[in-house]
Design a protein around this ligand. Structure first.
Ligand code: NAG
Ligand code: NAG
Ligand code: NAG
Ligand code: NAG
Ligand code: NAG
Length: 520
């Protein structure tokens, strides 16, 4: 008996060891230790989407408050009045971030909390809140990566002069940035002036789906104001000049002492030609000029892409020589958000009925839905992201990039076992290793979103968070999803639970080989 049970135990041990080795060989293939020591991992949120306390302590509305309270053009129900209540729960949230092992937290400052009317007096309670949040982060060794404008322009400036449509925004934005650099710059070393400037111009001023809902009348949206043929271009122009003005201020007044970096964020659409015809290939290049070159050409070369100058003509604002040299070279890094890919089909200008930004592009878009991806999930397409980043490297040089957002969407109330999000993080983070080996200058990666927030396209119906918040629970308790366990294991170099590793493979619509490829 003794003999038998001994050999049985030995056998079990051996089996266990083999199992452990094979699991470890997969799990160990992906931990933070595989990355260069200074590569940052973080998570993102934005002020209106996470803070709540919208009417507290002197904060005044932004255009997002107005948009949400007006019923969002029927996109979703809800508003950010309470959101994730981070305004009151920031200490607990930073504790969760520290336990998770985040290197950095990307959040934004609510301009109308800090300076309620957009210009003029500073709100002492707003100043106090951001100081407390930043101090809490730094005391836990978590870097604060701060965005100044994340869709939420003070409503007062919108009412007074049309916000980004007017040149007057440049002066007010620069003064706001000055306050932030002066008050927080001793602790904040990564500033992003504007989030997704390209999408804000497109959705807010051409299509009119999102705040401030300005557009020309069309069958697609009911805007009471706006002009889709001119305003998207004006808005981007003023964002570029506001950024450049703030960057110049930072470099002349603060940089020597504070030693920080200043960047700009855009949404990186993956663009794929629908067919291999030269028309569609040229159209895809043109769409990339309109969506990305619109910002990158000015930042790198000091002027808009030729394709835009040709197609938009006199509706495209121009830079004076002085402005051109101010904008050129004004980013230390690019912040890049990545979710979707689109197929591009040529759609000649001659057949377009109107002059608007999306028509000027002269393309038709068709969403890339992935092969075998459930309709509700965002396809996981690291090769598209890598292709896009290589094309930016070819066109603009190998400047530093932070992936500011990647993420997966699920129903807000779905299971805490968010396998689709685990899979997405596993594959994207694994693929970053390939991208670094292939020479891309990526400095860090942030997951959208740290916890469930008020989503700009989905309200509280869908979410991207690593932590679930049940809006019906008055305490808004943060409940860890499986993705938070996965990220925490990865960040702390812990061998992952075998059940997780095997389930990732089982749940993955990506073959084992490509999964292995992505992780080795
Ligand atoms: C938009 O502005 C252009 C140029 O000023 C003008 O010709 C056009 O009529 C305007 N469109 C609308 C819808 O107001
Ligand atoms: C625009 O408003 C009208 C009147 O309220 C409504 O009937 C129509 O459905 C709306 N169109 C869109 C695209 O929201
Ligand atoms: C385009 O050509 C490439 C390379 O020849 C091929 O792999 C791809 O399937 C083609 N795509 C289409 C849409 O025909
Ligand atoms: C989750 O939310 C969706 C959409 O709001 C709803 O249809 C569904 O019944 C909800 N499921 C549960 C389990 O509450
Ligand atoms: C991965 O490989 C295992 C073992 O060979 C297999 O059981 C599993 O079905 C594979 N998964 C996928 C997604 O192909």
């Amino acid at each position: 008996m003794l003999m038998k049970s001994n050999s049985f135990a030995m056998m079990m041990n051996l089996l266990g060891a083999i199992l452990l080795v094979s699991i470890a060989s997969v799990a160990n293939a992906l931990t933070k230790n595989d990355f260069p020591p200074h590569f940052l991992f973080g998570a993102s949120t934005s002020a209106y989407q996470v803070e709540g306390a919208a009417n507290e302590d002197g904060r005044k509305p932004s255009i997002l408050d107005t948009f949400a309270h007006a019923g969002n053009g029927g996109l979703f129900k809800g508003d950010g009045d309470i959101a994730s209540d981070q305004y009151h729960k920031y200490k607990d949230d930073v504790k969760l971030m520290a336990e998770m092992g985040l290197d950095a937290y990307r959040f934004s400052i609510s301009w109308s909390r800090l300076i309620p009317d957009g210009r003029g007096p500073i709100n002492p309670k707003g100043l106090e809140y951001y100081n407390k949040l930043i101090n809490e982060l730094t005391s836990q060794g978590i870097q604060a990566h701060v965005t100044l404008h994340h869709w939420d322009l003070p409503q007062t400036l919108e009412d007074e002069y049309g916000g980004w449509v007017s040149r007057r925004i440049i002066k007010d934005f620069t003064a706001y940035a000055d306050v932030c650099f002066r008050e927080f710059g001793d602790r904040v070393k990564h500033w992003t002036t504007v989030n997704e400037g390209n999408v804000e111009s497109l959705e807010g001023y051409d299509l009119g789906f999102l705040a401030p809902q300005r557009c020309s009348p069309s069958s697609m949206s009911n805007c009471s104001k706006g002009n889709s043929s001119t305003e998207p271009y004006l808005v981007t122009h003023h964002m570029l000049l506001s950024h450049a003005s703030a960057a110049k201020l930072y470099r002349t007044k603060y940089k020597a002492k504070q030693r920080g970096l200043i960047g700009f964020n855009i949404l990186g659409f993956g663009l794929l030609p629908l067919t291999n015809t030269s028309e569609d290939i040229i159209a895809t290049k043109r769409a990339q000029d309109f969506l990305i070159g619109w910002y990158m050409n000015p930042f790198i070369f000091g002027e808009y892409p030729d394709s835009m100058k040709n197609d938009v003509g006199s509706r495209l604002p121009y830079f004076t020589a002085r402005e051109s040299s101010l904008v050129k070279g004004s980013i230390d890094f690019l912040g890049f958000n990545f979710y979707y890919a689109l197929y591009i089909k040529n759609n000649p200008k001659s057949v377009q009925k109107e002059n608007r930004y999306t028509s000027d592009m002269a393309v038709e878009f068709k969403p890339y839905t992935g092969i075998g991806t459930p309709t509700d999930e965002i396809p996981v397409i690291p090769w598209v992201l890598e292709g896009l980043l290589h094309s930016l490297k070819n066109d603009y040089g190998n400047f530093p990039i932070y992936i500011h957002e990647i993420g997966q969407k699920t129903s807000r109330n779905s299971s805490l076992d968010d396998w689709s999000r685990v899979k997405s993080m596993h594959v994207y983070i694994g693929s970053l290793l390939d991208m670094l080996r292939n020479g891309l200058n990526i400095r860090g990666c942030f997951v959208w979103s740290f916890l469930d927030v008020f989503e700009l396209l989905y309200g509280y119906e869908k979410s991207y968070g690593l932590y679930f918040i049940d809006m019906k629970d008055p305490t808004l308790r943060r409940q860890p999803k499986l993705s938070s366990v996965w990220y925490s294991n990865f960040l702390n170099n812990r061998i992952m639970d075998s059940k997780i590793t095997m389930k990732i493979e089982e749940k993955s619509s990506i073959s084992n080989t490509s999964l292995m490829h992505a992780t080795t």
